[in-house]
Design a protein around this ligand. Sequence first.
Ligand code: SF4
Length: 285
Amino acid sequence: MSKIKIAELFYSIQGEGRYMGVPSVFLRTFGCNFKCAGFGMPRGELSMEAAGIAATHSLVTPFQKYEELPLVSTGCDSYASWMPEFKELSPMLTSEAIADRIMEILPQDHWKDEHLVITGGEPLLGWQRAYPDLLKHEDMAALQEITFETNGTQKLSAEFKDYLAQWGMTEPGREITFSVSAKLPGSGERWEEAIQPDIVCEYEQVGTAYLKFVVATDEDIVDAKNAINEYRAAGFTGEVYLMPVGGVESVYALNNRRVAEEAMRHGLRYSDRLQVPLFKNAWGT
Ligand code: SF4
């Protein structure tokens, strides 16, 4: 039986993108190929917030539970889902244990209108090989909608691509979505590694894909427009959203309205981050 290293598994409403407001089970896998330490920082500078928390955890007092970890206002707001210093807070769980836990947290003990959101970290790293074992579990049979929240840099393996195509056809109404949060230079990641149009176009062969750009400054918006041109030139047909930076309310509230106005000005969609105003972006929301 396959195992997946799970940083978080919780029930909430989707706060971002196309399915904002949809009740969802979030399966947050451990591991990421990026660091995104530039979020919320002046261009060219990198946040040290998460590194400081990791140093406290390793050298002073270890945090016992994921929920005890401080939130950050700069850098990756999911830092504990990939930093090696926190890996012991993310257990390896079998498909059986994950399915059991999902049944416990669903409000009616079975799938109804809820979506499964597989997020991270970067959920399309090596865990691709483990998802079929989970999805074929009898408790997952009634699931209708899966969203992968990905940074759009990981190719689907041939086996997983075939599996997803088949999963989508087995029951009428099933849908697969790739919510692609492609990282602009303001994240601190390099364009050549982060903007991978051919990979995202391949996602469109097995499901619906949309792009979601986190922006704060005019420079970010110019970068987003250039990236959109690259994706469109490669044949990408999906929706595009602008989303305000801000893992904590004080940062989010500084630019959410301006980002909405920029989205309108450029004929793009606006994505909120409902988990920030509603739940203060607490772990498990
Ligand atoms: S890709 Fe996502 S999870 Fe990975 S470091 Fe960047 S923001 Fe964090």
